[in-house]
Design a protein around this ligand. Structure first.
Ligand code: SF4
Length: 407
């Protein structure tokens, strides 16, 4: 588009920006406070096409530096529904990646964005222009949106102040799907939004299995499909239940084969072994197998340092991602920890032996009370030798042989 300093389009999705080419980075593991949030408002509450930048803009930030960021998008339209907020929010990822030299990964309070030096040299030196492009893409692709405004906040104190409200909104969205099980619905949803980065990846979104990015629940999938039936989210008729323990459905297998062009033939929704769900690159966390104790650990995107197997998240993500089925290493949304079907075929939560302290704290209501003290964190153990000793000492149910594996 000639009015912008850089080009845009789906051809730029999947473009990676290496550390040495970064002009500026927003969010990411080094920045504790960052998020993106779309809010539905009344038509009289949104000033159409208003863009605000609060805090230092791209051109004011030192080359190569990382900055906090909140992206607040308000939308209004007669036909818009509250359910559509997370759908629009996920489009921030898609449309940001349409921008030449601009890279967006993850979601919600995990966002990580990079602008490359070449795009900056072309004149893309203000978040205001990113806002203009996003508004152009949102309104041209989703004509149901009548009004839209975008606010970027890079003032760290302000982002920190607003983050708790965003977390409350995310929690309310996730809570909706908790009373529903996979057996209660006839249809799941699939998402191929991340195929630009992982060409054989399909997320299967079910009441019991939140999307890998942790940003699309079954309700959000339903809203996305209703909003844009030709878009990246589509309906998946469940079909026959082939294996209840592993969560294998004929309908899921058929869609996996079709959308991966034959690369993925079968998918187990509730097992990390055999035919596990594929992983793109946007997953919120990884459930990983620890051979020394024949059990699982959980690590997430913002975890700093090395997990109990001696690898940082970035390295483990590289080995998990790309749209492959990697046995014993599955990308997942953290909300899946709350699911009664969480890797049930492998022993579920009772086979989890390690996770970062703050994840344990955030999800302690989902962990059986008798298990809470028996899952090690980075504060308890530093390696698998220490983990083995810890599990024996606390009497973890997995090492005591008390966990049943369904046939
Ligand atoms: S992680 Fe899955 S659900 Fe989320 S945007 Fe990517 S493909 Fe879609």
């Amino acid at each position: 588009m000639s009015e912008f300093h850089v080009d845009m389009g789906p051809q730029y999705e999947g473009e990676a920006i290496r550390r040495e080419n970064v002009q500026v980075e927003f969010g990411g593991p080094k920045i504790p406070h960052k998020f993106e949030l779309v809010t539905l408002k009344g038509l009289d509450e949104v000033e159409h096409e208003k863009i605000e930048v609060i805090g230092p803009d791209i051109k004011d930030i030192e080359e190569g530096a990382s900055s906090p960021l909140a992206i607040l998008i308000d939308v209004a339209g007669e036909e818009l529904e509250k359910d559509m907020e997370p759908v629009f929010e996920r489009r921030i990822h898609m449309y940001s990646n349409y921008i030449e030299g601009f890279w967006h990964v993850a979601q919600r309070d995990d966002i990580w964005i990079r602008l490359d030096k070449a795009a900056f040299k072309k004149g893309l030196n203000s978040l205001r222009e990113i806002g203009e492009i996003l508004i152009f893409l949102f309104t041209s692709e989703l004509d149901i949106i009548e009004k839209i405004s975008v606010t970027f906040i890079t003032d760290g104190e302000k982002v920190k102040e607003l983050l708790p409200n965003a977390l409350t909104v995310y929690e309310a969205r996730d809570a909706r799907a908790r009373d529903l099980g996979d057996e209660d619905v006839d249809e799941f949803y699939g998402c191929i939004l991340c195929q630009a980065f992982a060409p054989t990846h399909i997320c299967f979104i079910t009441p019991d299995r939140m999307a890998n990015c942790g940003a699309i629940s079954w309700f959000d999938g339903r809203a996305a499909y209703k909003l844009d039936p030709e878009g990246p989210v589509f309906a998946v008729p469940k079909g026959e239940l082939l294996d209840a323990a592993r969560g294998e459905y004929a309908g899921v297998n058929a869609v996996a084969q079709e959308k991966s062009l034959g690369s993925v033939e079968e998918v187990y929704l509730y097992s990390s072994f055999g035919r596990p769900h594929t992983s793109c690159g946007c997953f919120q966390s990884i459930c990983f197998y620890i051979p020394e104790v024949d059990a699982f650990g959980i690590v997430y995107r913002d975890f700093i340092g090395e997990s109990v197997i001696g690898l940082p998240f970035s390295k483990m993500a590289g080995e998990t991602s790309g749209g492959r089925q990697v046995e014993g290493s599955c990308g997942m949304g953290l909300e899946y920890l709350r699911s009664p079907k969480f890797f049930q075929a492998d022993g579920g939560l009772r086979r989890v032996v390690w996770m970062p302290k703050d994840i344990k704290e955030r999800y302690k209501d989902a962990i059986p009370e008798d298990l809470l003290d028996k899952i090690a964190t980075e504060e308890d153990v530093k390696n698998t030798d220490e983990l083995t000793e810890f599990l024996e000492r606390v009497g973890h149910p997995w090492v005591k042989g008390e966990v049943e594996i369904p046939d």
